[in-house]
Ligand binder design. Sequence first.
Ligand code: FEO
Ligand code: CA
Ligand code: CA
Ligand code: CA
Length: 751
Amino acid sequence: MTAISRPEQLALQAHDEENCNTSGNPSLNDIIDARMSRRGIFKAAFGTAGTAVLSTVSLAACGGGDDTPAPVPAVPDPRATRLGFTAVAKNKLDAVTVAAGYTATVIYALGDPLAASTPAYKNDGTDTDFDNRAGDHHDGMEYFPLNAGGTARDVNGNERGLLVMNHEALTDQFLHAGGVSARPRPAAESDKEVPAHGVSVVEVRKSAAGRFEYQQSSGFNRRITPLTPMQINGAARGNALMKTRYSATGTDCRGTINNCGTGYTPWGTFLTGEENWAGYFTRAATDDAARGGPTASSVISLNRNGRAQGAASRHGWETSGTDDKYARWNISQTALDASGDYRNELNTFGYMVEVDPYDKNVAIRKRTTLGRFAHESGVFGKVNAGKPLAVYMGDDSRGEYIYKFVSSANWSEADAAPANRITTGDKYLDSGKLYVARFSADGTGQWIELSMANGALAAATNYKFADNGDVAMNSRLAGDAVGATRMDRPEWCAVNPVNGEIYYTLTNNANRKLEPAGAPSAQQGLDAANPRSYLDAPTATTAAQNVNGHILRMRELNSEPAATAFTWDVYLFGAQADADPSLVNLSSLSTDQDFSSPDGLWFSPKTGLCFIQTDDGAYTDVTNCMMLIGRPGQVGDGTTPTLSYTKADGSKVEVKTRVGAKPTADTLRRFLVGPVDCEITGCTETPDGKAVFINIQHPGESISKANVADPAKYLSHWPANAGYGAGGASTARPRSATIVVTKNDGGLIGS
Ligand code: FEO
Ligand code: CA
Ligand code: CA
Ligand code: CA
């Protein structure tokens, strides 16, 4: 099997990738190079000829020695002893293929009406009113249970509930009858594209036949869009850097965008992560000078967050007219002060945002204390009465960081069912500490506090932080200043309910190189936690190239979510089954288990099983994206292999890493394969674990304007070809959609 038969597929991933970290931060490669230099001295001294060999890379300077977490005894999982389904083979069908004995049913797709008066979706590019329809690119999703009468939250609500999901981005060609028009963009097109982003709240309910269906007329239904008024809370509320023409006080803002991963709070609200928000905005080619030149703080911040002057906006909405709803996408500095323009508009995006799905009347909060970056999910660590809460988060961009927020308030069990959910969020999420992770080669790591109380930030030379609001808004610059570890694009995280360990998908990293160009540079060298090279693996065979990503896991010191030290290993390395086991298929994946680019990640609270979703860039010649189900062990249950690489000059570099116990046929299997050109995203379940909802994102998204008129050129016709919605099985435009998966015997999913 060829690992990359469609290099253009990698280019297609570009919309999912940002690349802003040009800091010179750890990169164990620097240490490798330093030691190689010393090795060069050894060579001279001892007359070693030919190659230089570096033994285990160690990062003594990064600590770990004194804080080595105590081992935690193995916790047997009483709920899931083995996987109870037959693995699904990789395939390229334009369908959802689920394990035998299970049924997948489409229940909510792009454009579906969310009000009684909204007409059915014609799916021909003429539909309007996306404020009252399902948005595009279904992504992260959580289920909020309702009581039988549909009047209130009921944590045991298995028959009806609210699905709350993100609509990350667009397959914009299919939103319009003849594809996307050139700039200046027609206002009518922008007015569809903007509200097709954001969040849906939609009621789902079991029919008399026992099948979930979405409820078009439910009073809970709601769209939250990039124009919905919101409130800024936490460290950056009212900050001078938050003032805009919309809010001269810096306390309010409009909308949320590029929402990716999610979170479910212990008090019953929804968290949505704003991911690749910067690209929607533009600023003039002369804007740096207007702001005081390249060393001005705002220019440093904009560049670090992906908005260089003159870069075009993703959709060109700012070209649709002079109305404020279009003007706000141009963030050039033009007025005398910040209340007269949108120079600070970008600072109002990039947060974890809290929504109470049960209550339309309370203000949505941007929780700025949890930091600003390309947020994925926000997942709570184990909740313990009388202890702080931890929220784990990742920044999905090449070479970006892993973060944790720890609340100031200690958890009170009374808050599990509070009278006021959103003010309970104020209590736990507006005050606390933000940390960034640094991984050491010895299998330990540290959480480093990002606040003015950390002397490294007060003394930072890369950026002058004004206050803690500034630190929260510029988390990436703060991470740079304290030497955080640059990771292989942290996508979603999830917490194992059995033992509290934290899992992160690291989807891949086109900038991870054996020999990164320059230093500091946009590229990263190899390190123990990110030990595989992308594309240029030195053995130079296709099979040794790694574009497949891995899943990292961490255990807090003494299993305390508020700990500042942890241990780690790699649960799984993505790989093709027939790849080199010494450099690529380090987890010995079989053909029933192999996968690429892990992305979505979720643990079932009911079964304790781990659901892995992929956003594949390398297996597209042999399979569509997939979902696997795993039953993982724990940090430290595997081995510590050493990867041996050969540089272009023939010298060798060895990187010791940590890989979890190799999965068996009973502990990891492919459960589902999606339709053509899709990504598998959000995953959630009813409280009884008998219905799992899964999002299928952007089937058939690879379509040019030239081909919109010719259905024969569409890559996918799903879900119409599965009997859902308007359009013929061989002519319909594809749609992102939610499916529900049930076991035919009514049992738990996967076990
Ligand atoms: Fe929206 Fe990084 O995935
Ligand atoms: Ca995506
Ligand atoms: Ca993703
Ligand atoms: Ca992805």
